[in-house]
Design a protein around this ligand. Structure first.
Ligand code: ZN
Length: 99
């Protein structure tokens, strides 16, 4: 991917290998992300929709801006080309967190 699709490679590494995480507020009903100041505030869903309170959430932010849809394009790229088993390359093992 690094050679054949460098734009997709940069998007994947910025998003999944070197992301940073910032505080945010997420609506548990529709997964909308807002600034953390809104934690506890209500998110309304239309005139008759049920409101939900924003909850704190750590939000993944890519290392640098990634074009919308590039992660979906990268996923399709992998689907078309991936052969064999799934593994983590040795050079990325220190970055893998065991949850
Ligand atoms: Zn919502």
């Amino acid at each position: 991917m690094k050679v054949d699709a460098p734009v997709l490679y940069k998007a994947v590494t910025a998003t999944f290998v070197y992301p940073r995480f910032v505080r945010g507020a997420m609506c548990p009903k529709c997964s909308t992300i807002k600034p953390p100041e809104l934690v506890g505030e209500l998110h309304r869903h239309g005139r008759h929709g049920k409101a939900s309170a924003f909850v704190p959430r750590m939000v993944r932010v890519p290392l640098y801006p990634v074009a919308p849809g590039s992660i979906e394009d990268a996923s399709a790229w992998f689907e078309e080309r991936w052969r064999g088993g799934v593994f983590v390359p040795d050079e990325l093992l220190p970055l893998v967190s065991v949850a």
